[in-house]
Ligand binder design. Structure first.
Ligand code: NAD
Length: 298
């Protein structure tokens, strides 16, 4: 039975860890939060008293932590000094490219395989085992990453070398943030011009304005039943998380000397929306800011 150590079993990690259990793997879990750890135990994981205890016999270590500083600290202080050299180390958190590369270099120096493998998909996909993983690792190691991640995945992509997973994630989410704002602006303009929003949806979804933000995740309530816009913009992909990813993209762009003016605008708009108190709403709720109808948000 494959032995997995799972560090960080919060909103995303708990469901991911329990999908490893369902696949017949032995999962030793650790989290600083007792409530989070309890949820993982309810999902079939064995609780560990520390990161060191969780990783000491692990064949695979998976981390799902808030940000780069947590990932750097946990690998440097707790994982690398205690993990068997044969283990496969996988960080699934969304973090900055520099931290992913720095942790990868530390692991390489310690003689352990490491890859960055951030995910696309939210808590529902984590629970359902239908996340998409973008992996940055050595080509020769990719099959091992694919095997380790498969119980949690609908797709596992090899993005390239160390750090490429995080690069793919922030570039993808920059497209998502920008395209959602474009769709919201278009709905707000259509309404002002007296064009029925549902009619605009029917036409644009079969014209060149078609995109995922319109046809799968429509911010205007009605046309796409499964979209968060039909549930008061609850759940879904939180504005605060979209803002986090756009900040990561802007930081990376500044360091790489890349020109990303639309990404910068998107960051500023989602920062404003977050600052107005809507960080816990789905990011498509920004439509109501564009319409000047924030009062319609509970
Ligand atoms: P979360 O805050 O619910 O979970 C993170 C967990 O890490 C918490 O339970 C926290 O107690 C634990 N933790 C922090 N420091 C720790 C340490 N030193 N040792 C052990 N545990 C520690 O966050 P989340 O929503 O599960 O997100 C996790 C990561 O996944 C983030 O990087 C986030 O950007 C990314 N992500 C989230 C979503 C989403 O929809 N929530 C979607 C895609 C990616």
């Amino acid at each position: 039975m494959t032995r997995i150590a799972f560090i960080g079993v919060g909103n995303m990690g708990a469901g991911m860890a329990s999908n490893q259990v369902k696949a017949g793997r032995a999962v030793s879990a650790f989290d600083l939060s007792a409530a989070a750890l309890d949820r993982a135990v309810a999902g079939g994981c064995t609780p560990a008293g520390s990161v060191a205890e969780a990783v000491k016999d692990a064949e695979v270590v998976i981390t799902m932590l808030p940000a780069g500083k947590h990932v750097r600290a946990v690998y440097e202080t707790d994982i690398l000094p205690n993990v068997p050299r044969t283990a496969l180390l996988i960080d699934c958190s969304t973090i900055d490219v520099d931290s992913a590369r720095a942790v990868g270099e530390m692991a390489r120096a310690a003689g352990v395989r490491f890859g960055d493998a951030p995910v696309s998909g939210g808590i529902m996909a984590a629970d359902a085992g239908t996340l998409a993983f973008m992996v940055g690792c050595e080509e020769a190691d990719f099959a091992a990453f694919e095997d380790a991640l498969s119980p949690m995945a609908r797709a596992v992509f090899h993005a390239g070398a160390l750090g490429a997973g995080q690069a793919a994630k922030i570039c993808n989410n920059m497209v998502l943030g920008i395209s959602m704002l474009g769709v919201c602006e278009a709905f707000a303009l259509a309404e002002k011009l007296g064009l029925a929003p549902e009619k605009f949806f029917d036409i644009a979804s079969k014209s060149s304005g078609q995109c995922w933000s319109l046809t799968t995740y429509c911010p205007w309530p009605g046309p796409v039943e499964a979209a968060p816009s039909n549930r008061g913009y609850e759940g879904g992909f939180l504005t605060a998380l979209m803002l986090k990813d756009l900040k990561l993209a802007q930081d990376a762009a500044a360091k790489a000397n890349a020109t990303t003016p639309m990404g910068a605008q998107a960051e500023a708009l989602f920062a404003m929306f977050d600052g107005l108190g809507y960080g816990q709403k789905d990011f498509s709720a920004v439509l109501q800011l564009m319409r000047g109808k924030l009062g319609e948000l509970a």
